[in-house]
Structure formats: C-alpha cells, structure tokens
Design a protein around this ligand. Sequence first.
Ligand code: PAF
Length: 326
Amino acid sequence: SKRSLLRLAPVLGAALLIAAIPASAQTVLKLGHVLAKGSHYDVGAVKFCEEIEKGTAGRYKCQVYPASSLGGEREEIEAVQLGTQDFVLTSTGPVGNFVPEIKVVDVPFLFRDYDHARKTLDGPIGQEMLTRFPAHGLVALAWSENGFRHMTNNKRPIVNAADAAGLKMRTMENKVHMEGYRTFGILPTPMAFPEVFGALQQGVVDGQENPIPVILASKFSQVQKHLSLTGHVYSPALLLTSPRVWNKLSDADKKVFSDAAKASVAATRKKVNDDEANGIAQLEKEGMQVVRQVNSASFRDATKPAYVNYAKEFGAERIAAIQAIK
Ligand code: PAF
C-alpha cells in the first residue's frame, strides 16, 4: 500500500546513500606554500598532489593552498608539526629553528652553482640531514629548491659589497643569513614573507633578497627598482610532512609519497631553470635596472669574519667537505 511504501522511504533512501559512497573512503590532505599560483613552488606542489592521487588510485587526494593562505612558512611548519596541516613546501629559512642539524646549508657562498647544490642535497650529506627530522616531530620527504638569492632595493645599484652598506634589508628569520649579511654592512630586518610586499611598498625597508623565481612570482618589480645578481647564498627548500600522516601509511603508500616528492622536486627545479633563463629579461621589461656584473669577490671577502663563527658552529671540516663536492 501507499502507506507502507511511505514508511519504507527512509530505509530506501539510506540504502541509496550507502550505495553512492565508494568502497574505500578518500583522505584529503592539505599542502601549503607561500608563493603565487604558477610559481616554482606551486608547480612542484601541484605535481606532488597529482602523483599521490594517481599512485593511490584516488584513496589519497591532496589540495594545494598557495599564496600564504595557510600562513607564513614558520606558522605552516608549526602546523605540520602539530598535525593540523599535512604538508608544507618551504624554504630552509625558518627550518633551522626546528631542526638545528640542517642550519649549515644556509651559509652564504657555500654552494658554487645549481649543480653543486643539487648534487650535495641529493647525495649522502643531504640525505643524512633528512634523517634528522623525525626527532623534531617532522618528516622530510625531499630537498626541493628555492634558488640563488639576489638583492633588490630602491636606493642604488649594488656592484660592490660597500654599495650594500647601510641599506635596510628584509631578511628571512634565519640567524645564519643575518650573521653573514651583517658583514656586507646591511641592516638585516627579519620579517615573515607575507609582510614583505607591503613593507617594500611603504618603504619600511629599502630592499630584500630572494631568488629570481620569487622576485618574478611576487611581482617585486612593482615596488623595487634595482636588482643585483649577487647570488650570495643558495636557498634550499624542503617538502615536509607530519609524522601523523607518515606513520599511518602502508609501505607501498610511503613509496608512492616518496616518488611523488621526487617528481615534485624535478618539476620545481625545471621551473627554477626556466625562470633563471628568462626571468631577468622579463624583470627588465617590467622596469627593473639589473646589475649583472657584481663584484662577487668583494662579497666573499666581506663574509670572512662570519666564516670564523660558521667554522665554530658547524665545523670547518664539514663546510670544507661540502665545498669540495664536484
Ligand atoms: O624570502 C623568503 O622568505 C623565502 O625565500 C620565500 C619567498 C618565502 C620562499 O620560500
């Protein structure tokens, strides 16, 4: 009868609902980074998520939160440590505050060029450093890349270290950088990245330093006149996850995540290469004045007193061992 059918309706409805749910539930993970869509970080983040979804046949999905939508890098690392965020793709800028064993990678003029940096981080020295993270409540999936850092400012072209003296420059919240940069005579002003564009625009600082891919993606040409290719330090990045995520994975899924991280790094490095090849001309087109021939020796010489302290803190042999890698 009509009545008994009506009584059955909720039961039928529930049965239909159950049939619509896939056999295994999907876990959605959050990956944050601070740079714009389409940046070298974003390309790597998107690739990572695609590979995870593909490799686990959709059991895991991950969603990219770009442009500091989950906070600055320090905040995002803290959230990953707490387990409220699943992944972060971050520069090493604030990471030394969490994992002191990796601080040495931020020493100015440690790496000669991209090949040297990539080879070191992919090799035994870099891979050993990754094993240090779990003791600090983090899991490092891979070394990724930010790039060689260059100075921009609104006061004058920088050719020699002496030209940088007296400039108020935003730096990362990184003691190793700040100690080195002080030897150039600049006044380091540590600041989280989400505040940097506004600080440059309002003249709170005269300049900042970042790799070409960041200067491009963050539209710094709108608020900075001079770019000097100082390449004073290589800036590594890391793809980090939380032990809460990692320890739940089967061995097969761990392999999928690790392989996805490798694919992500390859995509980011390729974008860094492309930005290095085309970005400087692009920034000139956008109105920046570029100093290509920087007196690099003057910057290296300036850092000598800082190197005395670096040797004390990290060991002269350790620094020399990294610099000797061919
Ligand atoms: O300058 C920084 O803080 C970093 O280089 C950035 C832009 C956040 C990328 O990791």
